[in-house]
Design a protein around this ligand. Structure first.
Ligand code: NAD
Length: 439
């Protein structure tokens, strides 16, 4: 990726200031990576140009009556990057930092992710710029229902199927499915995945992303000739994905020595008691690790956690956490990206030069969308699987995908991220070639 900055200047979809690393956003990074991959694959310039823009962008103004009687208007987006390989698929995020370019980038990552694990979906993402921690349950419900009504023209079980992401969960999906069902006058549960089990959700979906991260970590350790037992792990972000990854890695024999969330971090070099930590988080009003106390446990900042001396670092919070300023100090030997886009391209280069092996987001955190796919299949058939069947199929898909990316990257002598992207972009491009351009 040595010539990336030069490439930035020639990509017409990047802003004029985008060549300055400090001013780049996640969408710029997605385009930089796509340029590099296109060059290596000798991608048809027309297909490259199509992939440089989302197929469809919808921005909506969402009026919400707040509990105090005031009306507030939130900005929301639903972006469909590509439907070449199937209906678009991707989560909905509620966060103060949500903006159009972030959602565009996350939609493109979904396109690559679905391709890399070979499930028949394209890529999409949604988000509403809001601070859910400052909102009541009723306000969130009203916002979700109105946002759903406003993006309804472009979503659908064969068009675009949302799912949970940061600060959204099974309850949010239930509100979306119910809103669509009421508006259409028919049960439409297959419009979202990540639903509660009684409403057509899949067993195993809640933990699926974290389980996938754990499976990938296990496979990576195998390739490195290392045992799970005693491997030390730090997890940044103890939400849905981070806590499930930590819990399953702990069950596999790893030592979880540091975790963090928005409230700060905790460490114990002898290993944290993940079970008692999970009990604490479950009883915290905002599901945070804040206030947890146990013998041998000390406090650590989020910045310190990222450079803590561990075998495996699992960033499971938000994007741009590992950057040029902290990458030189990362002590982990391996990084498994549970979050989307946690590493900047500059940090990627530094980590590569330092021989730190990194499994990219589009492979490492694909377990969620894989089980979302299983949920959709179950909903379409009105026939539901046992949890062990879900987990067995997830295991099969994750191991097969890891093997493909690992072998391809070894053959081409490229880092795993580049290998995964090359495989994914090639698959999407192939689908586009087979379809041809309409009309
Ligand atoms: P979540 O809201 O359940 O958890 C996010 C966690 O990150 C919380 O513990 C939060 O406190 C913490 N956090 C937020 N800002 C932080 C900061 N600045 N420093 C440290 N911690 C911080 O969200 P999630 O669903 O677990 O998603 C986490 C990441 O995984 C996101 O990047 C998301 O896009 C990605 N992801 C999620 C899924 C899924 O199925 N939920 C699937 C694939 C990828």
């Amino acid at each position: 990726m040595g010539n990336q900055v030069d490439k930035v200047l020639v990509n017409p979809h990047l802003g004029g200031v985008a060549a300055e690393p400090a001013k780049r956003d996640l969408w710029d990074n997605v385009l930089i990576m796509l340029d590099d991959v296109a060059r290596r694959l000798e991608l048809d310039p027309g297909i490259h140009a199509i992939l440089c823009q989302p197929e469809r962008e919808l921005t909506v103004a969402v009026p919400v009556m707040m509990d105090d009687g005031r009306l507030r208007v939130f900005t929301g987006h639903r972006i469909q990057h590509s439907s070449a390989r199937g209906p678009c698929k991707g989560g909905i995020r509620y966060h103060p930092d949500v903006d159009l370019n972030e959602v565009k980038a996350l939609a493109a990552l979904m396109t690559w992710k679905c391709a890399v694990v070979d499930i028949p979906y394209g890529g999409a993402k949604g988000g509403v710029q809001c601070d859910p921690r400052q909102m009541s349950e009723d306000e969130l419900c009203r916002m979700t229902r109105r946002f759903t009504a406003m993006i309804l023209p472009i979503i659908g079980s064969k068009r675009d199927i949302p799912a949970p992401d940061v600060n959204t969960n099974a309850q949010t999906m239930a509100w979306i499915a119910d809103t669509v069902s009421r508006l259409r006058g028919e049960t439409t549960m297959d419009i979202v995945t990540g639903k509660p089990i009684p409403l057509g959700g899949s067993l195993g979906r809640k933990e699926a992303t974290g389980r996938g991260v754990a499976i990938i970590t296990r496979e990576l350790l195998k390739r490195k000739g290392r045992r799970l037992s005693g491997t030390t792990v730090a997890v940044q972000g103890y939400g849905n994905v981070g806590s499930a990854a930590a819990t399953i890695l702990h069950q596999m024999g790893c030592k979880i020595v540091a975790v963090s969330d928005i409230s700060g971090g905790l460490y114990n070099s002898q290993g944290l008691d993940v079970v008692s930590l999970n009990h604490h988080v479950a009883s915290h009003p905002y599901r945070l690790i804040e206030g947890y106390e146990a013998p041998g446990v000390g406090e650590i900042s989020n910045d310190e956690l990222l450079i803590y001396d561990v075998d495996v670092l699992v960033p499971a919070a938000l994007e741009h956490q590992i950057r040029a300023d902290n990458a030189p100090y990362v002590q982990a030997k391996m990084i498994v990206e549970a979050a989307n886009g946690p590493t900047t391209p500059e940090a990627d280069e530094i980590l590569k030069d330092r021989n730190i092996t990194l499994v990219p987001d589009i492979l490492a955190n694909a377990g969620g969308v894989v089980v979302s796919y299983f949920e959709w299949v179950q909903d379409l058939q009105y026939f539901f699987w046992e949890e062990d069947e879900v987990n067995r199929n997830l295991e099969r898909v994750m191991v097969r995908s890891f093997d493909k990316v690992w072998s391809f990257s070894q053959e081409r002598e490229v880092p795993l991220r580049l290998g995964a992207y090359m495989l994914a972009v090639d698959k999407v491009a192939n689908a586009m070639r087979l379809r041809g351009v309409f009309p």
